[in-house]
Ligand binder design. Sequence first.
Ligand SMILES: CC(C)(COP(=O)(O)OP(=O)(O)OC[C@H]1O[C@@H](n2cnc3c(N)ncnc32)[C@H](O)[C@@H]1OP(=O)(O)O)[C@@H](O)C(=O)NCCC(=O)NCCS
Length: 288
Amino acid sequence: MTLRQDYFDDPSAWNALVDLLQDTFSIDVSILDQFDGPDPTSMPFGYFDADGRCVANFSAFSMPMIINGRVVKAAGYQSGAVRPEWRKRGLYRDLMQRAFSHTATEGYELDLLLTDKPALYERYGFRILPQHIFVAQTPTLQKSDLSARQLSLEAPDDLRLIRTLLQDRQPASAQFAVVRQMEMFLLNASFNSAIRLTALGDDTVAAWTFDGATFWLLDIVGTTIPSLATIVSALDIQPERIEICFSPDRLDCQVLLEPYDGYTMLMVRGKAAADIVGPLMLSPMAEF
Ligand SMILES: CC(C)(COP(=O)(O)OP(=O)(O)OC[C@H]1O[C@@H](n2cnc3c(N)ncnc32)[C@H](O)[C@@H]1OP(=O)(O)O)[C@@H](O)C(=O)NCCC(=O)NCCS
């Protein structure tokens, strides 16, 4: 068995991780190859067998956050898996410890992860951060002067616009949001065909779903953040219920809170964790 870190430059090792994640979680992260490949900030730690199969992996990546108006140097952890025949031998513990000591040396102020197994990480000082859905009153709709145009990740011009805005965005919230996260946005949009990406004018993209009654606003990627009334008016929909899936402080709207009961839990640790004040939600487009 060979320990490898920072191995994404080697296409066969990247493909071996793709296989591990496909076999473990039934997800195909090779979709990233259609874009610019995996997150360049990613620091994977993995064990490979003699045939080049990736048998265990745990990755850290840079995920700058804005928390209470301050940009925080945060690390996310993802792609944690061990093949069944190699489990319960301490491989995952070893990889976690390597990733955590790597980010500690790099001076990250906050560590974030999403998991359905919180007990696994509590012993490393992570705690669950409760999340909330923000249920908004339906705003008074106005005649919109913003054009709304459906985008496709398969259209090169659309993809270019999305990437540019993801690069230059104002965080969707000043309270709790990612500052910059490209790969997970593109991957999440690719994984779920119900997600619509709509350009509102030239400077904003809304990520949303609508089932005819409920409108879920998943993210707003823009150089400025329009109000909820502006967004709903431009999309030209008349929802009965509006659920905002990120902290809505920049949307100029009234909200009620409902606890979010997701399949995974958001966990945090680190010195900036004390600065986090709820209610909050990590946009589903930033889920990792
Ligand atoms: C969870 C998983 C990665 C553990 O891998 P592993 O190699 O068996 O783990 P290790 O033997 O290194 O054990 C590490 C520690 O985690 C603990 N642990 C293992 N599985 C656990 C679980 N499901 N819940 C809580 N703790 C768990 C072990 O008891 C051990 O504790 P210790 O360090 O105090 O001794 C592996 O079972 C797996 O790939 N599962 C499916 C994918 C998954 O759930 N990944 C995690 C996503 S967040």
